[in-house]
Ligand binder design. Sequence first.
Ligand code: 13P
Ligand code: SF4
Length: 303
Amino acid sequence: MTRDITEEIKRLKEEKNAVILAHYYVRPEVQEIADYIGDSFYLSKLAVGLEAQTIVMCGVSFMGESVKILNPEKTVLLPDAAADCAMAHMASVETIEKMRNTWDDLEVVCYINSTAELKRHADVCVTSANAVKIVKALPNKNIFFIPDRNLARFVAEQAPEKHFVFNEGFCPVHEELKLQELQTLKAQHPEAEVLTHPECGEAVCRESDYIGSTSGIIAHAEASSAKEFIICTENGVRFELGKRCPEKKFYFTETEPVCGDMKLITLEKILHVLETGENEVLADPSMVEEAGKPLEEMLRLAK
Ligand code: 13P
Ligand code: SF4
């Protein structure tokens, strides 16, 4: 059955001149059939300059929106339009305006895990892979970082020359990662390196040997001489870690971090949108222009 679906997806991809992009958090069988797999930064960079006319974005809706805004002439399809990121909504335009009126010389830095509406009111976007570099490159001292308080804290620690105004958004999947479960794992595997996504809470970050984006975690595990790792991020990364480092061991906390929205993407849904063209991401020209600016600024500053 899976083989039939896979063959059918391949056939339709060719027929429709389509390409499949997938985030590391989606199901292994989806990563397996994707043309490109990566973290948010890689996928947004890659989307610009792809030749295919149709892009199937296997991830949550802000990822599809970003791809569309950066490539307005392309058809962008979401296998499940209901796959959303809770954190993407955890800031408000009113608060952005209030902060702009409160602080002079304020740069509104918007994590790419945000709605297009929030992006359109921001100055620059970042991902977890480039946030430190971009914030440090900004001429402004005052930074309003939305929506994630945890990534904001991590970046603020790396950029002490800046003054941060925090927003109280968070990723429910990463913030839920339990300190006590991590400590138990550390006691069981004292040789293991702890690799953590910056969306995790402060206490978990303090217990970590390395903090970085999804691709940073994978690259670190590959390059490290350690043989065992405790991975503090969504469990979908296990697939790429296993492919790249088959001889190494990876442990996750007892309550494994799972993003239910990322897991909504299935082979059947990919096939369905390729067949029907349903769930196309739409963006009006003003959204493309206004939300495109901070995204393009990110790509420029991250170079
Ligand atoms: P990265 O892809 O930047 O590591 O972000 C993780 C994430 O939560 C994506 O939704
Ligand atoms: Fe959003 Fe967290 Fe899921 Fe990433 S893991 S898509 S930040 S809810």
